[in-house]
Ligand binder design. Structure first.
Ligand code: GLN
Length: 539
């Protein structure tokens, strides 16, 4: 193919309409047509990356293989497409401004007044085109965060308007996602908010090519015609996106609505083959027709917002689909767990996960949850901080070191079984300074974790500052504790497990970042299987 095509996805009327899911769905359909695609997210906030954002505010921070801390939508992109994204796939206003201001300080603008237009918009354009220029992709889909009409989004909207002007209409496509609310009092779907939102786009020089309308009820012909007429969009380019029980059904709905066909027609990509959604449909059918159910207790401190643990929840559902098993995730607030109620709170769970996290709030609740899982022989998966809690619990209870702790929580503990990594000492800045991205790990043969992965050499993604303190390793290993995964370069303990327990594994990395719909992560598959066995025993 001669040149890369660009699709821009904007949102209107309200946030949280599932722009990331619609974008991923369109990208998947194009990928299934044999096109090589990638997705980029432009975020209109001033943080340089979401790594410093509280998960309550912005949901989970996703981490790419190359160590970028990104918006959680990149997780959807990877899960849907089965591809790796990178630092270039997530750009924030903060990063753009930082770059432009650094350039200004160096004197690179040669005395010119540095302005939002053209300097900020040019930098936005450069970041969008960067992916296209790599020549790796036939289509780059760029999702613009926020809602049109927001002050923060304006430079992005202006930048993509200019790209369309420069590249022409067969090389660029605008998809706008809006909400068509249903008024139950009158039994009507309302299109006015969509009309207004398209007007805002038009005021900024953008005519959307395709409208995707999120709705609770089906849109009839009349509504579609009305939207087409008032928004200047072809009738068949008015697409409905109805609420569904699983996000993984959205690509199938979009295919039914011919979203991909309209996109390839407008982008002059008709030569592509029809998408084969057979295997995907099979997974969706497994998700929608489960033959068993298990309950997993997810112990964390951001549990009010399930977005905070998005990738873990999705990974459990991918693994569940493998066995036609519905995985019901019960989020349990670690601050609510006490010695007196731990068994009441956890007794019905077939498996327990202690989640990643930072800081000491709720930490003792996590340690209690670990202890319960260990003593009751309940399948346990500790992720990052969850593994560190497992190490602390083991040290206190099995090794008889009651004051053992992580130095993150208790800097002066006499038994720092979890301690700051050597390379982290002396780092004071918070943004982008953790051990981030994929690192190799060697798995010891004959362990439970080897049984899950069936290989000795793996690569997993990290996001942490603290590690298992190897000075204690010998003592741990005398007591049925196995360091079953080790970083071959630094000797860091990346995986621990217990010999005398049916399934008790802690990982210093984040397996949840690399589970995809078509390739569920082996650890989650193994954990779900162990929990299913537990559920049979419980009945
Ligand atoms: N707070 C811990 C550390 O920095 C764990 C981080 C995490 O769970 N992602 O090592």
């Amino acid at each position: 193919m001669s040149s890369t095509k660009y699709i821009f996805i904007t949102g209107g009327v309200a946030s949280s309409l599932g722009k990331g899911i619609v974008t991923s769905s369109l990208a998947l359909l194009l990928q299934e047509r044999g096109l090589s695609v990638t997705i980029q997210k432009l975020d209109p906030y001033l943080n340089v990356d979401p790594g410093t954002l509280n998960p309550y505010e912005h949901g989970e921070c996703y981490v790419t293989e190359d160590g970028a801390e990104t918006d959680l939508d990149l997780g959807h992109y990877e899960r849907f497409l089965g591809i790796n994204t990178s630092q270039a796939n997530n750009v924030t206003t903060g990063r753009i401004y930082q770059f432009v201001i650094d350039k200004e300080r160096k004197g690179d603008y040669l005395g010119k007044t540095v302005q939002i237009i053209p300097h900020i918009t040019d930098e936005i354009k450069r970041r969008i085109m960067l992916l296209g220029k790599s020549k790796k992709y036939d289509v780059v889909l760029t999702e613009i965060g926020g809602t049109v009409g927001d002050i923060e989004s304006l430079p992005y909207i202006e930048a993509v308007r200019q790209i369309k002007f420069e590249l022409g209409s067969t090389n660029t496509l605008f998809v706008h996602l809006t909400l068509v609310p249903y008024l139950s009092a009158t039994g009507e779907l309302k299109t006015k908010p969509t009309q207004h939102s398209v007007k805002v786009l038009l005021e900024n020089g953008i005519q959307p090519d395709i409208l995707v309308l999120r709705a609770e009820k089906h849109l009839n012909r009349g509504i579609r015609k009305k939207v087409a007429l008032f928004c200047n969009v072809e009738y068949d380019a008015v697409i409905e996106s109805i609420d569904v029980s699983t996000i993984y059904e959205v690509p199938l709905l979009m295919q039914k609505e011919k979203l991909d066909q309209i996109a390839i027609r407008k982008l002059d990509l008709q030569e592509t083959k029809a998408p084969d959604m057979g295997p995907w449909t099979e997974v969706v059918s497994r998700l929608k027709n489960p033959e068993s159910t298990i309950q997993i207790g997810l112990v964390g401190k951001y549990v009010e917002l399930t977005d905070s643990y998005k990738s873990i929840i999705e990974s459990l559902s991918h693994a569940g689909a493998t066995y036609k098993c519905k995985v019901k995730v019960n989020c349990i607030h670690s601050e609510d767990i006490s010695k007196d109620n731990v068994s009441e709170l956890l007794k019905d769970q077939h498996g327990i996960i202690v989640a990643p996290g930072f800081g000491d709030r709720g930490i003792e609740g996590k340690v209690l949850a670990v202890s319960y899982a260990r003593k009751q022989n309940i399948p346990f998966l500790g992720i990052c901080l969850g593994m560190q809690c497992a190490v602390v619990e083991f040290a206190r209870d099995v090794l008889g070191l009651p004051k053992a702790h992580s130095t993150e929580m208790k800097p002066r503990t006499p038994d720092p079984v979890i301690d700051l990594m050597e390379e982290q000492k002396g780092i004071t800045a918070k943004g982008g300074t953790m051990r981030l991205g994929a690192y190799p790990c060697t798995i010891i043969k004959g362990t439970k974790v080897y049984k899950a992965y069936r290989k000795t050499s793996i690569k997993e993604r990290h996001r942490h500052r603290y590690e298992f303190n190897n000075e204690y390793l010998e003592e741990f290993e005398k007591n049925n504790f196995i360091a079953s995964g080790i970083n071959p370069d630094s000797q860091l303990v990346e995986i621990m497990e217990l010999k005398n327990h049916p399934w008790f594994i802690g990982v210093q990395f984040h397996p949840e970042y690399s589970s995809t719909v078509m390739k569920p992560h082996p650890l989650f598959i193994s954990f779900v299987k162990a929990s299913m066995d537990e559920s049979v025993e419980k009945i």
